[in-house]
Design a protein around this ligand. Structure first.
Ligand code: COA
Length: 347
């Protein structure tokens, strides 16, 4: 039987080799580039060590559960949460109960065990272990050009016809509107964003703590992607932010609204940020903007700003251990703030 222990620096080579076997060469290369930042430099690491569990059988490593510790605010109470990320079991040892032992060890050690954007196998395992299933996180898309509605699985002629028919609607949705507050591009999050988070945290039933240390780690020092950060300002104060980047996808250019924050009651604030992102997206000739948002008030503003809700595949499971919550907590999701920036979804 395997022993489950914490990761030690000398495990790195064996873990890399297992990762390559389970996820393939490309994913392993990408993971190697992110590894130090993702696991070692996370400001929320307990004891400043990576939060990774290893399954050992004698000298061999047969599984790992690598996680991203975060502070989670649950109705204003903070607990040490943890996104489960790179979980794997050696192919010849799968379906023999090792995954379950790894999931349970992780869960016993954290105040909230969280999973986002899961593989079929891990989603099934979470279901088997009865983790509350609160997803998927809604996905919203704003079309900016007639290419926005193309689908990779449709023939070219159909794509052209749909583009032509929907053009008038796209033109109305995508029209430029004036900004109603000041928006400024910033290079780093200063301490005023920690104060903003402390002020806003009690308005969310569930959200990862978005303080300056976390935000700078996540969006300023990530080695694999480059983000733009826009601060929303009113009366000389930072009252919100939006993090975004532009990507090429097979059917066109997409601006990803990766993360954002504002007072959920401040409709004008979020819509000003969204208009800023519209302009930036248009500037680089994006066909659409894509966002993930769970909070009902944020989604309302997104819809009013021209976003449409589309099918989402970003599964989300949560089990809270460190704060007392009743079963109904997992059903009232309107005040939960979760975005594409959470966990390691944007990679
Ligand atoms: C996910 C993973 C870690 C689970 O480990 P495991 O040791 O196989 O899991 P267990 O034996 O404890 O549990 C088995 C349960 O997991 C689920 N499961 C595991 N592999 C599955 C698969 N290929 N398809 C569907 N469900 C699967 C099922 O619920 C299964 O229960 P069942 O055997 O009664 O049907 C392992 O399958 C793995 O390494 N997969 C490839 C990497 C991966 O997808 N990682 C998750 C990234 S989010």
């Amino acid at each position: 039987m395997a022993d489950i222990e914490r990761y030690r620096p000398e495990d790195r080579r064996a873990v890399d080799a297992l990762y390559r076997r389970v996820f393939g060469n490309d994913a392993a290369e990408a993971s190697r580039l992110r590894w130090d930042w993702q696991y070692r430099r996370n400001p929320n690491n307990p004891g400043h060590e990576p939060e990774i569990w290893i399954a050992r059988e004698g000298p061999a490593i047969v599984g790992q559960y690598a996680t991203m510790p975060v502070k989670v605010s649950i109705r204003g109470h903070e607990t040490q949460g943890s996104w489960g990320m790179d979980v794997m079991v050696a192919p010849e040892r799968q379906r023999q109960g090792l995954g379950e032992i790894l999931f349970r060890t992780w869960d016993r050690n954290v105040g909230a065990s969280l999973g986002l954007g899961l593989s079929e196998a891990s989603y099934r395992l979470f279901q088997k272990l009865r983790w509350p299933d609160v997803g998927p996180v809604p996905c919203l898309v704003k079309p900016l050009t007639r290419r926005a509605l193309r689908r990779p699985n449709w023939p070219v002629a159909i794509n052209r016809l749909v583009s032509a028919l929907t053009l008038p609607v796209v033109r109305i949705v995508a029209r430029t509107r004036p900004l109603r507050a000041e928006v400024r591009l910033i290079q780093r999050f200063d301490d005023s964003f920690t104060a903003l988070w402390d002020e806003l945290a009690p308005r969310f039933d569930f959200s990862v703590r978005r303080d300056a240390a976390y935000l700078n780690w996540k969006y300023v020092s990530a080695p694999h992607v480059r983000y733009a950060i826009a601060a929303l300002r009113r009366d000389d104060r930072n009252v919100g932010y939006a993090v975004y980047r532009h990507v090429h996808e097979p059917r066109g250019r997409v601006t990803l609204l990766v993360d954002f924050l504002a007072d959920p009651a401040d409709d004008d604030g979020l819509s000003t940020l969204l208009h800023w992102v519209d302009r930036e997206a248009r500037h680089v000739d994006s066909d659409k903007i894509r966002a993930f948002a769970m909070h009902a008030a944020f989604r309302r503003v997104l819809r009013r700003s021209g976003y449409f809700q589309v099918k989402s595949t970003m599964e989300f499971v949560v089990k809270v251990n460190g704060v007392d919550v009743e079963p109904a907590f997992y059903e009232a999701l309107d005040k939960w703030h979760v975005t594409l920036g959470d966990s390691d979804q944007d990679r």
